[in-house]
Design a protein around this ligand. Structure first.
Ligand code: HEC
Ligand code: HEC
Ligand code: HEC
Ligand code: HEC
Ligand code: HEC
Ligand code: HEC
Ligand code: HEC
Ligand code: HEC
Ligand code: HEC
Ligand code: HEC
Ligand code: HEC
Length: 488
């Protein structure tokens, strides 16, 4: 078997060798006819590699006789159609041996990848798939993909994809729910604007979606599936050498991966937490209804944003051109929020702007708010301890136990209510929590008292019963002794 395939390869190589040796008669004759394929073939990379027209069309390229050259018996296939087009390309590009023969070390996975991509779905007309190799590369005049005139060169690929993806009628006939605004949005992004001005290094359609292996965005294997996406952006944005000429940091992924959001997306696979595109937009434009990226937090943390909007910081931050949320939480390395952020200690965010002399009203508020939240947490802790104790003593305190949840709820609410930056509103929430805590504490304390009361009661009655029992015993013994004496 191995022998057989080796000899097949050998025969193939021999034919190619013979063909490459002489002139390409197909090309010569067609050039005289001045047809398009031969004009384009002049600068085709295949021509440069010694591949003749017969390399794709079959036939005998060594004869100038039309009949003989384009004869089915000589393997002439004419104009390939449908999926046969891609199969012709793959006859070389899918075979490492053949590519090696031409001195090429290019990858040979294009056809395999294309067949598993979304573009391999059947086209509306005929049985062939939606795209063929020639859809993106053309059939004649093919050049290296690094050549600026290639249709898949970064500055051109955008148009190549948009030929279909911005064609409303065409796309609607396939999938009416698929948007057709990618190019339009892309043009408004930093990537798209730079690409339009001739920078081939920023992201274009293929750098995010792939080229041959493009999948539906909801496919877990897609480069842009939410949990794969940060890695896709990081290919460039974490590559210090690649980004050197641009004066922006390259630590976004590193910071993001350690943030609450990054951990939720990358480790817990939580689709509710933001990947890079949820804040920066899929195609670079802001998500709908968002005028600045710092507003994007409010699409998920609606309550925080609402409270902030009515807070004194709204105006104060606007005047100082400070972003709403990042000023205190940062953008990429957002960590779990704790009480440490609140207050007047050096590690509290408030003390960055508020002190006893600078904006002192905020300083006082921060101090009071932190005091309140600490008190509530202490009371909650104490309430929990007492409930546990009563529980262990077997007392029925289901009511108080249930109310623990309300304290927890108030504590969570107060953390959100911080964003009103208003002492009175904050105190109201905390007060609810404190009142509930007081109730739970007094309930469990009285249960515990009752327990001890019952235990004392039990002890007293046990003693009385024991004394009575002993007395009875002594009485019986005396009776018996008397009886014995009488019997003697
Ligand atoms: C002596 C001239 C001559 C030679 C040699 C020649 N061709 Fe042609 N070829 C033509 C002409 C003329 C036509 C158009 C006439 C026709 O449609 O039959 C044509 C048509 C074609 C077509 C289009 C067929 C179709 O179905 O649309 C292909 C493909 C083609 N040639 C490829 C080749 C290849 C490959 C070779 C070499 C193996 C070759 N030709 C050699 C003259 C030539
Ligand atoms: C890399 C593969 C490849 C090579 C090499 C190649 N062709 Fe083609 N050719 C194709 C494919 C694929 C089609 C079908 C294109 C389509 O329908 O979009 C085609 C179509 C044609 C057609 C018919 C349609 C048209 O565009 O007019 C002619 C004629 C033709 N080729 C001639 C040639 C000639 C002459 C040469 C050499 C100078 C050549 N081809 C080299 C792949 C190739
Ligand atoms: C007879 C073998 C053969 C066939 C058939 C063939 N190719 Fe090629 N192709 C090559 C070789 C060899 C190279 C040069 C590779 C290199 O430079 O390393 C090449 C280069 C290319 C390149 C440029 C890659 C680069 O260097 O950036 C593209 C794109 C390409 N071919 C597409 C096609 C398409 C599309 C078809 C079918 C229409 C096709 N090829 C058919 C052998 C073939
Ligand atoms: C949807 C568009 C599209 C289709 C269809 C397509 N390609 Fe490509 N191809 C690209 C892009 C874009 C590149 C640029 C490199 C990259 O980003 O991977 C590329 C690169 C290449 C290269 C250079 C080496 C490499 O893999 O990067 C070869 C060779 C190639 N394609 C061959 C093919 C063949 C053969 C087919 C058909 C089986 C095909 N392509 C189908 C878009 C396409
Ligand atoms: C910076 C990366 C990036 C670039 C550049 C990019 N895309 Fe996207 N694309 C995405 C992300 C992310 C999604 C959405 C994923 C999701 O919804 O979870 C997406 C979604 C899509 C979709 C699905 C429909 C939709 O709009 O949600 C299509 C089609 C698409 N892109 C095509 C393109 C085309 C065509 C281009 C070039 C004009 C392009 N993309 C450029 C990242 C990118
Ligand atoms: C010949 C037209 C055509 C070209 C060219 C084309 N596409 Fe597509 N593409 C389609 C069609 C049609 C679909 C929809 C398939 C479906 O959903 O049934 C699609 C689907 C997609 C999807 C998946 C959308 C989803 O459902 O989530 C992405 C992503 C995509 N294309 C990106 C690209 C990129 C990037 C390029 C350029 C490298 C490109 N396409 C070139 C026709 C094309
Ligand atoms: C092919 C490489 C590449 C990929 C992939 C890529 N980018 Fe970029 N991106 C760049 C380059 C280059 C710039 C230009 C830097 C500049 O603005 O000076 C840029 C700019 C940006 C900017 C604007 C920075 C600024 O303030 O100037 C943002 C935001 C951005 N990218 C986010 C993303 C996101 C999110 C993703 C993934 C969905 C992504 N990028 C994928 C290369 C890439
Ligand atoms: C929670 C929202 C959010 C997420 C998630 C996010 N970013 Fe950002 N990003 C921002 C904000 C806010 C800025 C500040 C710049 C601004 O306001 O335009 C920013 C700035 C940037 C910049 C400009 C340079 C810089 O560092 O200031 C780049 C590049 C960037 N982000 C890339 C990414 C990448 C890559 C990812 C995913 C690994 C990502 N971002 C995830 C919100 C986010
Ligand atoms: C796509 C929705 C989404 C967006 C946009 C978003 N977040 Fe989040 N955020 C979440 C989710 C979900 C969590 C909970 C993650 C976890 O803990 O598993 C979270 C957690 C947080 C936490 C920690 C909460 C805690 O209890 O400790 C903070 C702080 C935070 N986000 C701030 C921000 C800021 C600031 C922005 C804007 C720059 C932002 N988020 C944008 C969904 C989002
Ligand atoms: C002036 C500083 C400051 C600003 C501005 C700010 N936060 Fe906070 N944020 C805090 C503090 C302090 C806490 C922690 C409270 C605690 O745990 O005691 C917090 C906690 C959080 C939490 C966790 C508690 C909860 O509500 O679940 C989220 C989420 C959050 N912030 C989101 C945001 C969003 C979204 C914005 C913008 C609308 C924002 N923050 C603006 C200071 C700020
Ligand atoms: C980036 C700077 C900055 C940070 C951080 C900050 N503030 Fe402020 N805050 C201001 C400014 C500026 C004002 C308006 C000052 C003024 O007009 O006196 C203000 C006003 C206030 C006010 C209203 C005071 C009044 O006069 O009614 C309160 C309350 C307040 N801040 C609380 C806080 C708390 C609590 C924190 C920490 C969670 C905090 N601030 C963090 C800058 C900041």
């Amino acid at each position: 078997m191995k022998h057989f395939s080796l000899s097949l390869i050998f025969t193939f190589l021999l034919i190619l060798h013979l063909q490459a040796r002489g002139q390409d008669q197909c090309f010569e004759c067609h050039k005289n006819a001045e047809d398009n394929p031969s004009k384009l073939f002049d600068h085709d990379i295949h021509h440069q590699k010694g591949i003749t027209c017969a390399g794709c069309h079959g036939g005998n390229s060594q004869t100038d006789d039309m009949e003989q050259a384009m004869n089915k018996k000589a393997g002439f296939i004419g104009r390939p159609q449908g999926d046969d087009i891609s199969r012709v390309c793959a006859s070389c590009h899918g075979s490492q041996e053949k590519m090696k023969y031409f001195g090429s070390s290019l990858p040979t996975n294009q056809w395999k990848n294309l067949q598993t991509s979304i573009h391999a779905k059947p086209a509306l007309k005929g049985k062939e798939q939606i795209v063929q190799c020639t859809t993106c590369h053309n059939a004649h005049g093919i050049v290296s993909v690094k050549n600026p005139s290639s249709p898949v060169y970064p500055l051109n690929v955008v148009k190549t994809c948009a030929r279909c993806h911005a064609d409303v009628a065409f796309m609607r006939s396939y999938n009416p729910s698929l948007p057709v605004d990618q190019l339009e949005k892309y043009r408004t992004s930093v990537h798209g604007m730079r690409n339009g001005k001739g920078d081939p290094k920023t992201a274009q359609c293929a750098s995010c979606h792939g080229s041959h292996n493009i999948r539906a965005v909801k496919d877990v294997k897609s480069n842009v599936y939410f949990s794969n996406l940060p890695g896709t952006c990081a290919k460039c944005h974490s590559n210090t050498a690649y980004m050197k000429e641009y004066k922006i940091p390259t630590d976004q992924y590193e910071k993001y991966a350690k943030s609450v959001h990054g951990i939720a997306v990358l480790q817990k696979h939580d689709p509710g937490a933001p990947a890079c595109n949820n804040c920066h937009g899929n195609h670079g434009a802001m998500p709908p209804g968002i005028e600045s990226i710092s507003k994007v937090c409010g699409t998920c943390h609606a309550l925080n944003a609402e409270l902030f909007a009515s807070s004194p910081h709204k105006k104060a931050f606007e005047e100082r051109k400070l972003p709403e949320c990042e000023t205190c939480h940062s953008n990429h390395e957002i960590v779990a929020a704790t009480d440490k952020l609140l207050g007047t200690a050096p590690e509290a965010v408030c003390s960055r702007c508020h002190s006893a002399v600078q904006n002192p009203n905020g300083y006082l508020a921060a101090k009071v708010m932190r005091g309140l939240i600490d008190t509530m947490e202490n009371r909650e802790e104490y309430a929990k301890e007492l409930v546990d104790e009563a529980d262990q003593k077997g007392m029925d305190i289901s009511d108080a136990k249930f109310k623990l949840r309300d304290i927890r709820q108030a504590r969570l609410q107060s953390r959100t209510m911080v964003h009103a930056f208003n002492e009175a509103k904050f105190e109201e929430v905390v007060d609810n929590g404190l009142k509930t805590a007081d109730f739970v504490i007094s309930e469990s304390q009285s249960s515990i008292h009752e327990y001890f009361f019952r235990r004392i009661g039990l002890a007293v009655s046990t003693i009385i019963i024991t004394i009575l029992a002993l007395a009875l015993y002594a009485f019986v013994r005396r009776l018996e002794r008397k009886k014995n004496e009488v019997n003697k």
